[in-house]
Design a protein around this ligand. Sequence first.
Ligand SMILES: [Zn+2]
Length: 788
Amino acid sequence: MKYSIKSALLCVCVAASGHALAKNSISDDKFRQLEENLPTPNTYRTASGAPGHQYWQQDVDYKIDITLDDEKQTLSGNETIDYTNNSPDTLRYLWLQLDQNKLADNAGAKTTRTAPKKKITYSGLRNVIQTDEFQGGYEITKVTGSNGKALSYVINGTMMRIDLPKALKSGDSVELNINWNYQLHEQKVLGGRSGYEYFKEDDNYLYEIASWFPRAAAYYDVMGWQNKQFIGSGEFTLEFGDYDVSITVPADHVVAATGVLQNPKDVLTKTQRDRLAKAKKADKPVLIITPEEALENEKSRATKTKTWEFEAKNVRDFAFASSRKFIWDAQGYKGGKTDTMAMSYYPNEGNPLWEKYSTESIIHTMEQYNKYTFAYPYPVSISVNGPVGGMEYPMITFNGPRPTLDKETGEKTYSRRTKYGLIGVIIHEVGHNYFPMIVNSDERQWTWMDEGLNTFLQFVAEQAWEEGYPSRRGDAANITSYMKSDNQVPIMTNSESILQFGNNAYGKPATALNILRETVMGRELFDFAFKEYAQRWKFKRPTPADFFRTMEDASGIDLDWFWRGWFYTTDHVDIALGNIHLYRPNSQNPDTEEAWERALENEKPDFISKVRNKGQWVRTDDKPQLLDFYNEHDQFTATNKARNKYNKSTAKLEQWQKDLLVDERNFYIIDFENKGGLVMPIILAVTYADNTVERVTLPAEIWRRNSKVVSKLLVREKEITAIAIDPNWETADVDVSNNYWPARPIKSRFDLYKRKKKDMMRDYNVELKSADDKEEKKTEDNAEAEQQ
Ligand SMILES: [Zn+2]
């Protein structure tokens, strides 16, 4: 960054000159409109991003009876599917998802799994071996129509096609009956988003059950049947419908599930029912099952069973948890019109963390998300502690963090990381009720549509929990190292092909939305548009185009450049400060201009010979007669001829033109270079000689004709003494060292150490090895599967 002073004619157009326009090809045009990339609007989905007047979606209701076998860890059931075809199309067959077949022999999830790297954890290697050995997947024992006649079907991996005896016309319904069973798996060993946990100390199981029944695949206008195989990353999108589920478990188990318990008198004690009634109006969680009662339950071994009946209306899936180890607390909450019961189920192993934070976090999430979307519409909202690190289903979430046992004191304790990990994961998973459990985006296609939007609101909600909450994702500065990494793909990548899963589908879109809100659109316009999207698409199925279009439609801002840069490319933000020029109008007055030239000349340093020759003998010392007129005359003297010419020419000017010639203000031209490729607004903190600071925002459109270099003219009375680009680190600029004038040193530390003799040989070996390790790290996919 050079600070140079130049003279110039008064001409504002100099700001745009100075750089030859780069020859941008069409594909380099960062502001090229997105229309050609987006699907053509139609009567189902409009150009405004709203559902069209003929929008439709299927309706699928379920009645399911199941039995959980706590001896063999199996689940068996029979279900009736009532499928209504609201599409304009005639359907000859229905596709069902059999997600449990992900663990069957020859499943795509097994066969397409790539080899582990040289370095692998114990649990990682155990997982590789046991996944191969595990005999999972459904046994389908019956598929019939409502008349009891067997229907023909084909199972293709995790998908099952049932051929209808009579084509299902638009507006018609069909009933199917399916009987099935499968072996549950130990989640801590095989992973995944459900399974059981075994507690050796008290010989008990805790089940978190999801993706457990054959579910109708989504059929919709953009995709047709969403029958893409389940390999593991792309979760699901299903149809909304009503569920009637009866769950038979050992009589001493407690069941938490999507929906409202229909038979409390059959499965709960009078005390428990009384406590639940009290919890409805309580201002803090009320224990329905106390820690002591849970410890007692752990010891029992019921020989009988009980059946828990649940009903859930207008949900896209159903999940549940069951164990005799559960402590259970509850607190009523009313956000909109619906009375909601926030409830937590956790074993004693979860305390002292869970009793303090779980239910509070559920209510906090609903309070915050309601503000930015719509009122939580369901009657329950549940957080269960079990083996799954973090996973969401309608009305119910599975959350993993637990305290640890301090071996010295024998007391349970938790780290800062665990505390915020628990609050964060509950906010995240409960938040998923909004995206994608209600705003039903297609997760098998786009992970970012639910994870990105949800992680963004998670950040907003976390910041409303306590001042300075240590959010993992959302802060622009936290995404910069990912943004400049090599091993990445655009956000607009199918869920199964994503590299660096957590950063790509959670962190980057969440940060992008934060930047949209804080830097590009402003909170007022962003919040309105975001809420409009949530309102338009609640209980419907949006696609990326519906989101992009709604955000523009409701805000009046063309954001195509933003979607293009952040969602369709892997460019990063790096805007550098270039030269700063200070201009003044050329006054044309020879006296003023000659004086200015003289001052400029005097500012120049003397050449080194001149400095050293100073005082040396010169010929004219002895022979002054060699000096003449030119030795006396100041070359920067205005001549009368020049003065006359100036008087004559200015006489023709109007007063406002004369005023401009003597304008004393500073005309700063500041050059910027876009090194990262991603166009962004340029945010400046301009400091003046009187120490005041001005924030200047130059919208991203400043790059519209040249996305590589631009200059901006600032006309200021005061003298500028310092300039900083992005002073609040709000744009995810990956290299801030080129953001300052005057430049700032980059602060760091030398790590000093003593070298031991025996290390010398080892160092040599490490050096040989480090080249290998670097290669390995580069290709490692840091899929963050814990928080789904
Ligand atoms: Zn998630």
